[in-house]
Ligand binder design. Structure first.
Ligand code: 0GY
Length: 293
């Protein structure tokens, strides 16, 4: 089956901004190739093949040293493509997996050995059919003992409904793309205010200041409408933010970003060297390469 969204930019630019040594691209994916690692039958979209070799070439071009590879819904709970990339990275990538409650202890141990340090719960309705809370709670019981964290992906309008569940989680919780704010609304308004309150009142929450290309209405090259949201989170919670390219940008239908341009966006949201060191190096190193056992 052909991909039903745009393919990633095959010739991204080399960024003008030079990333600090040890920088981590903390949100990216590998897809397939589908003839080796088939896409999940229950998937809601079929991606372009975007394998590990392309990801590692992009890492080197952009100036990152490491990656966090996040399992996407098109591969379901079959983590083989991601694990294959982790092993091939020789310690330069960590992973976030999708597992089901019946995952065995041996499977979890193998994932840990390969470099997985978290599970992802996706609540975006166009991507998955969400399950009852008990489903996710039974997974958390299994992974918390490994020192893993939970990554959640949801849309801003669903945060109030999920608040009690999210804040009951006993692990660190990382929020993808800052909980997808509607950037046509004010950064000081009630919708984004609820997300900022979550981060403020619950210090176990972290945020990925990623997804400019998918949250923006004004679009490239500046993503000027997303910028104040990202900057607010970086400046308010500098110890609990991560940045990722989101390569290969699944489900974008209007434009594909230049990944070099996304790196050049970083100094605009993290405006001092100290903030950039935390965002790009110290925070992801602590969360993904620290000893959480
Ligand atoms: C992202 C965003 C999207 C897709 C997924 O798991 C996924 O399929 O996360 C999206 O469509 O917004 O971060 O990859």
């Amino acid at each position: 089956m052909d991909a039903d969204w745009l393919c990633f930019d095959p010739n991204p630019s080399k960024p003008a901004y030079r990333l600090p040594p040890g920088s981590v691209d903390a949100h990216c994916h590998v897809f397939g190739p589908g003839d080796v690692f088939p896409y999940a039958p229950e998937r809601k979209y079929t991606p372009c093949d975007a394998g590990k070799d392309r990801l590692f070439a992009l890492r080197d071009l952009l100036g990152f040293e490491r990656n966090v590879i996040v399992q996407a819904t098109c591969h379901g709970a079959d983590n083989r493509a991601m694990v294959d990339a982790l092993v091939a990275s020789e310690g330069r990538a960590r992973g976030v997996a999708t597992v089901r409650p019946d995952v065995s202890g041996d499977e979890l141990a193998e994932l840990h050995e390969a470099g997985v340090r978290g599970v992802r719960f996706n609540f975006v309705r166009r991507l998955v059919d969400p399950k009852p809370d008990a489903y996710y709670e039974s997974i958390v019981e299994r992974i918390a003992v490994l020192g893993w964290h939970v990554v959640v992906y949801f849309e801003a309008q669903d945060l109030a409904e999920r608040w009690a569940f999210f804040t009951s989680l006993p692990t660190t919780v990382v929020v993808d793309h800052m909980g997808r704010p509607d950037v046509r609304k004010p950064v000081d308004g009630p919708e984004f205010g609820l997300f900022l309150r979550l981060m403020d009142e619950h210090p176990q929450f972290w945020a990925k200041v990623s997804g400019a290309e998918r949250l923006s209405v004004s679009g490239p090259p500046g993503y000027d409408d997303v910028l104040p949201f990202h900057r607010r989170v970086v400046e308010t919670f500098p110890e609990r933010v991560l940045f990722g390219t989101d390569w290969p940008h699944p489900n974008l239908k209007d434009h594909m970003p230049d990944d070099g341009g996304l790196v050049d966006y970083v100094p605009r949201i993290a405006t001092t060297g100290e903030l950039r060191q935390k965002l790009l190096v110290d925070n992801p190193t602590r969360l993904y390469w620290g000893d959480h056992r």
